[in-house]
Ligand binder design. Structure first.
Ligand code: GMT
Length: 382
């Protein structure tokens, strides 16, 4: 498995898939340029390999793609591997293809999982797009985390090969911590609603809209906003909170190792993104019984059922989003109903035990193996 270590959905999915696979008896080697934020490196059956790209003054940036290819080629030549699975196609798809070419017959089948901006933004770059298209056509399997992203990949990269949709997933029992009244009391007084947003604060997440929505809510009812994460738009979000006169009710928590405790005390999750191929943070909120108000864009409608587990509106329509938020927060029975529906939808459609077998089936198919359980881990395995 290859993935990014930075806070962000694709790295989280790679780490959580690695955990789920080792818990199901597989051995996973995780390659990344740093230890991924959520990776539980101590798990038996899981090994971490750093990707180290040298820095040299002649070069424009570090030769990361070659470092990925060379590191994979080195480790995979040492012992037999069944599958090479890379997350986020740039530049992992072409680096993995190069590793396969170096390895020759020893190279395992390649699975590439598309996550979002790898296709929708970087894929539109004329130079990168050519390499990406070539590598994806060569891979033995390509998966996308939503139907919307699969459609974008076909359109942006003019791909003709099949793309399988395997949605993101959540280990609900591990992720959702019971609501801690002390934690809630730390952020809100009795009677105050807690709104939450968690992201990497890139412009695409529209964090200023988060603050604008909150300001409209806070004018009508007692409320607090918790912001988890860090990124380029965080200062603009702070300025917006000042401009809207709500800065005393907004808490910037920065990057947190765990978002689940905040999700467990939140009443509503806001995700007004410009683009979102899936919206993993929305799923994490739903799993904890937190309804979502966000934008009807990309894969979000495949995760949040509009009118059942939250409300979705056109990108940028902060007025409508604030009204949707107030409708939920000022109506306890609707809040209760949506909270239950959100948790149920997460469990029925995205539980780790439902989704990870889809990856296992794909791996088996690529190995020419019949469907069925993998053999349990052997005593001598790490
Ligand atoms: O594609 C990106 O922009 C980055 C990527 C990440 O690493 O955070 O996010 C994407 O992958 C997540 C996991 O599959 C999805 O939940 C996010 O919706 C998606 N982000 C975008 O499409 C903007």
């Amino acid at each position: 498995m290859v993935g990014y270590p930075t806070p962000g959905g694709s790295g989280v999915v790679a780490a959580e898939l690695a955990h789920a696979l080792v818990e199901r008896g597989h051995q996973v080697h995780m390659f990344s340029y740093d230890v991924p934020l959520r990776l539980r490196t101590g798990l038996p059956g899981l090994r971490y390999h750093p990707i180290e790209a040298p820095d040299y003054p002649v070069l424009l940036g570090r030769p990361y793609e070659m470092a990925v290819a060379g590191t994979l080629a080195g480790v995979l030549a040492e012992e037999p591997f069944d599958i090479l699975h890379v997350h986020y196609a740039v530049p992992h798809a072409s680096a993995a293809y190069l590793a396969q070419e170096i390895l020759g017959p020893k190279g395992p089948p390649l699975v590439v999982t598309l996550h979002g901006s790898d296709v929708r933004i970087l894929g539109r770059d004329p130079a990168l797009g050519k390499v990406l298209r070539f590598a994806l056509e060569k891979a033995q399997a390509v998966t996308a985390v939503s139907h919307a992203l699969a459609a974008s990949a076909r359109e942006v990269l003019d791909l003709t090969r099949p793309i399988e949709v395997i949605p993101n997933f959540i280990d609900i029992e591990r992720h959702c911590t019971p609501a801690d009244p002390h934690l809630r009391a730390q952020w809100a007084r009795p009677g105050e609603a807690i709104l939450l947003h968690a992201s990497n604060f890139r412009p695409i997440k529209r964090p200023r809209d988060v603050v604008r929505i909150f300001a409209r809510v806070a004018r009508k009812m007692p409320a607090r906003l918790l912001l988890v994460g860090e990124g380029p738009e965080a200062p603009a979000a702070y300025q917006e909170a000042v401009a809207q006169g709500v800065v005393d009710r907004v808490t910037f928590l920065g990057v947190q190792p765990e978002v689940a405790p905040y999700m467990s005390v939140a009443d509503l999750f806001l995700l007004p993104s410009e683009e979102e191929s899936f919206g993993l943070s929305a799923l994490e909120a739903m799993a904890c019984g937190v309804p979502v108000v966000g934008s009807r864009v990309g894969g979000i409608p495949e995760v949040v059922e509009d009118g059942k587990s939250g409300f979705l509106f056109p990108v940028g329509d902060v007025e409508a989003m604030a009204e949707g938020a107030l409708k939920i927060l000022q109506n306890p029975s609707l809040h209760e109903e949506m909270s239950r529906a959100a948790a149920q939808q997460a469990r029925d459609r995205f539980h780790v035990t439902k989704v990870v077998p889809l990856y296992e089936d794909l791996y088996r198919r690529l190995r020419g193996q019949p469907p069925g359980p993998f053999p349990p881990r052997r005593a001598a395995d790490p």
